[in-house]
Design a protein around this ligand. Sequence first.
Ligand code: LLP
Length: 425
Amino acid sequence: MSQFSYQDGVLHAEGVSLAAIAEQYGTPTYVYSKAQLLANFDSYQNACAGRDALVCYAMKANSNLAVLNLLARRGAGFDIVSGGELLRVIAAGGDAKKVIFSGVGKTVAEMRLALEHDILCFNVESIPELHRLNDVAGSMGKKARVSLRVNPNVDAKTHPYIATGLKANKFGVAYTDALETYRTAAKLPHLDVAGIDCHIGSQLLDDAPLLEALDRLIELIDQLDAEGIHLHHLDLGGGLGIDYGDEEDSAPVPVGDYLGRVFARIDAWRKERYDGKPIKVCFEPGRSIVGDTGVLVTRVEFLKHGEEKNFCIVDAAMNDMARPALYQAWMDMQPVVQSKADVATYDVVGPVCESGDWLARDRALSVEAGDLLAMKTAGAYGMTMASNYNTRGRAAELIVDGTQVHVVRQRENPADLFALESIIK
Ligand code: LLP
């Protein structure tokens, strides 16, 4: 059940009216539901109950400290892609020992930081990265736990910008090079070869490609085992899609169903080949944990009736939510207060000086200047991808918990945006 619903004609987050929130805190504002966040995380945790499994939330989807803290208190690990994200985990009270470090371009400084904090594992994506990590760990008198991100060459059937498991992508070690790369890793003295991982893409509605990737990892684990390289964990990455309300999208597979199929496959394989000895399983979900926990509330500044199109100009823009501009993503746009005014078809656009600055196209809306709109399902890759383009301060972020509202990030003040800059003589 969604925590965002109309009550007496006004859209609410849990027990709080979004109109009241806009009045008090201004717009544009991201509003998250704590109950939705925890329910989404629990759907992973419950499916993993009683198993040696770790859900490492991919914090690139939404890295607000309060969000991280709520998940950390629930037992989450974290999938990070930068030293900055590791510092966020620590600042939010997360456990660095449950951190997995992904990404193709880890710097020496980032490796050092992660080793100092004794993270769970580095997901290594190339041979040069193996050597760099081996050197850094050696210089610190440590051993780094590594997993190789293998590119299983599976078609995730999603938008090309967010498909990552094909041969043509920059990510991971090619499937055909994986064995050789493991042999290299196993010989490096300051590495501890611990696992294998993959991440084939994002917003996958069907789990068939994920299960195909799992089969490919299993094949490799068996081949490595035969060579005396025994892996302790397998990490399937993230990628499960969510319902954006677009009619073209079929409903995404429920988390419990997907994890059920993963564990059934793994159990059968372990029984057949390893006398039932379990293997630790990790997941790196991002969008499916936070996507439907948030909305972006924005106010209509003007209605403009052009020759070909009607424009609904709002105070949120591509700098607040980049997904439509970047991926032509379809995001649902709903009035905060249901109205009986005439319906017209609008492009909902922001004030940024780019034709690509749009949030929704060809939507039937009954709106007037001054009304509020809510962009639904905006909790993932919204605020984390926001920028200050046009010297626009980023939106405030709030978490609603029942009838309570918490400001978890203040609206940025334009003066702060140029505070690090200086003028030369
Ligand atoms: N693990 C790795 C290594 C990843 O690269 C990603 C996402 C995830 C996990 C989490 O995937 P998720 O469960 O969220 O699908 N900005 C794009 C999505 C980019 C995804 C990047 N990688 C969007 O707004 O659609």
